[in-house]
Every structure is written in C-alpha cells, then in structure tokens.
Design a protein around this ligand. Structure first.
Ligand SMILES: CN1CCN(c2cc(NC3CC3)nc(N)n2)CC1
Length: 155
C-alpha cells in the first residue's frame, strides 16, 4: 500500500520553537508544526514551504530536512510518511489563520501533553539538530502502541 506523503515544518530559532494550535480538523486542539499533504507533481520540500505559508503566513528561507516519521494506524489502511523540516530562517511575521494559532515555546516548555504522543520521542533529537527516522504504531489515533526510533547519519 502506497504511503500518504505529508510534511511537518517546525521553526526553531534562538532556543524557541514556533508551534501552531490546530483550530479544526485532524489534530484539533493539539500543538504541532505546520504541514499538510504533498500534492501530485509537488516536491516534498515545496509542499513544506507552501503549507508553512498557508498555515502561519511566513515564508521559509533556509530549511533542513531532519526527520522521516512513518505512522501506522489500526483503523487506516494507508501508512503516513511525514517529512520533518527544521526552518532555520524565514520572512514575515507568524500570524493566526483559520487553521492554526501560532505561539512560541522555549525548548524546555514544549507542551507535550497537548501534542501527538510520538513528539516526546523525537523532539529532543530534532532540537539537538540530529537526523532521525522513526516508525510508530498507533492502536487508534490517540494511543501509541509501539515504535522503532533511530538517529541516522543521512536521510
Ligand atoms: C499534516 N500532518 C499530519 C500528521 N502530522 C503529525 C502526526 C503525528 N502523529 C500521528 C499520529 C498522528 N505527529 C506529529 N507531530 N505530526 C504532521 C502534520
């Protein structure tokens, strides 16, 4: 079964990350980076840049591909492949959209209790600038059953 390609862009600058509170749809009420589906004919990187602009109204400058997360769900036939980018610099000012309410968090105050359960596993490696790969098995959307996680030398 082909994987569903998704992006996740997290702005990480001067010891703080920019996260958005999802206002509706999948993951409503959770904080997360910005992202969405990769459209047909679009590169993963172009999709990450587009989604960041759509959801936070900022234009990514230098971005670094840092992670590859694969999600399996008991109740979904298609696994998800989420490409994680570190946004090293950007133009514009983050602002609220109908999808997301952006908010800065210092690295030691990341609200993991209001984030997807996999985040607390890979964020420390993301924040350390490591490259990583993870495979997560969710029993239902809100229960993480098991996972494999590795820091890697290249993606
Ligand atoms: C547009 N995408 C949707 C998926 N997404 C996820 C998913 C995720 N866990 C999966 C159990 C849901 N965990 C993070 N941090 N992000 C990134 C943005």
């Amino acid at each position: 079964v082909a994987k569903k390609l998704l992006t996740l862009a997290i702005v990480n600058r001067e010891g703080r990350v920019l996260l958005g509170l999802k206002k509706r749809g999948f993951g409503e009420g959770y904080y997360n980076g910005f992202g969405g589906k990769v459209e047909v004919g679009e590169t993963v990187e172009a999709a990450a840049r587009r989604e960041l602009q759509e959801e936070a109204v900022i234009i990514a400058g230098n971005i670094k591909k840092q992670g590859l997360l694969t999600f399996h769900f008991d109740d979904k036939p298609q696994p998800w492949e989420v490409h994680v980018f570190n946004v090293l610099d950007y133009n514009g000012e983050p602002c609220e959209t109908d999808e997301m309410s952006p908010q800065w968090f210092s690295h030691d105050q990341i609200p993991f209790d209001k984030m997807w359960k996999d985040d607390e596993i890979w964020y420390p490696h993301f924040l350390a600038g490591h490259l990583f790969q993870g495979e997560f098995f969710f029993r239902n959307t809100h229960h993480l059953d098991s996972y494999n996680f590795d820091v890697v030398s290249k993606l």
